[in-house]
Design a protein around this ligand. Structure first.
Ligand code: SAH
Length: 254
């Protein structure tokens, strides 16, 4: 059996209870070494066979799993954050399906959620935005033209940009050409929940320079949107907790 597990954003305590249990029992662990906090591997059994997939091809990963299966061993395939976001898991699952190897998926805390916690912000503020866009700039993997930042940015929703910190200048340029004002709040969270986490807050016009000064070139997420600069009184309060509002679990208190 293979378990595809989300390791969370970095803090070893942010893997789920289920993920932790599986990792502590695994005979074979294949982890995404470019981003996973090595501290998390301390959860593994001392005699587990541990592979760093950053140094492997898809075929090599599948071969390790195939061998483990034929030896009757349990494998954890460990991905950073949540495996469904830029995890390249579909191609692995398709191979496993073809080989009739059983697998399941344990979700994880994605870095865009760890970033909101680090920033102490709510991404979905009533009267400001009710939408979160998760995206990236095109790199080795291209982004379809109809999803370019220039187009997505037209919504002015909260936007979380993965895998793009090294081209933050271009991110800013594209968002501005989509209509974001230069004073739109922007933040970068580097290694959210790691011990060396860094938070940078600015605006679209300052953020690229701030990132350069801090020397941040990887493992960072860019967040842009009005939700970052709200203060009490400049967004609508939720109906859910309003005394005037009744719903299934509570009647109005007026
Ligand atoms: N599946 C992961 C994303 C993998 S893509 C998730 O759900 O978070 C890798 C990108 O994720 C990085 O380039 C960076 O943009 C972001 N990232 C991953 N871990 C991060 C962290 N701890 N802090 C900030 N950004 C992170």
């Amino acid at each position: 059996m293979v378990h595809i597990v989300g390791a969370g954003p970095g803090d070893p305590e942010l893997i789920t209870v289920k993920g932790h249990k599986l990792l502590s029992e695994a005979d074979v662990v294949i982890y995404a070494g470019s981003l996973i906090n090595p501290e998390i591997l301390k959860i593994c059994k001392p005699d587990a066979d541990i592979y760093n997939s950053a140094e492997m091809t898809l075929e090599e990963v599948i071969n390790v799993i195939k061998k483990a299966e034929s030896d009757g061993k349990m494998t954890v395939r460990l991905h950073t954050g949540d495996p469904s976001i830029y995890g390249a898991i579909q191609e692995q699952m398709d191979e496993l399906d073809e080989l009739k190897i059983e697998f399941d998926i344990v979700p994880g805390v994605s870095s865009f959620l760890a970033a909101a916690a680090a920033l102490r912000k709510e991404y979905t503020l009533p009267g400001i935005t009710q939408t979160i866009i998760l995206t990236r700039r095109g790199g080795v993997t291209p982004v379809p033209d109809k999803e370019s930042l220039k187009k997505l940015g037209q919504s002015q929703a909260t936007i979380c940009i993965f895998l793009s910190i090294s081209s933050i200048k271009e991110v800013v340029r594209d968002l501005m050409s989509a209509g974001y004002k230069s004073l739109t709040p922007a933040a970068v969270v580097y290694k959210a929940t790691w011990e060396d986490e860094k938070i940078i807050r600015g605006t679209l016009s300052t953020i690229a320079e701030q990132v350069k000064v801090e020397g941040i070139g990887r493992t960072a997420i860019i967040i842009v949107g009005q939700c970052l600069s709200t203060q009490k009184g400049n967004y609508a309060q939720s109906q859910l907790y309003s005394p005037q509002f009744s719903h299934m679990f509570r009647t109005a208190k007026l």
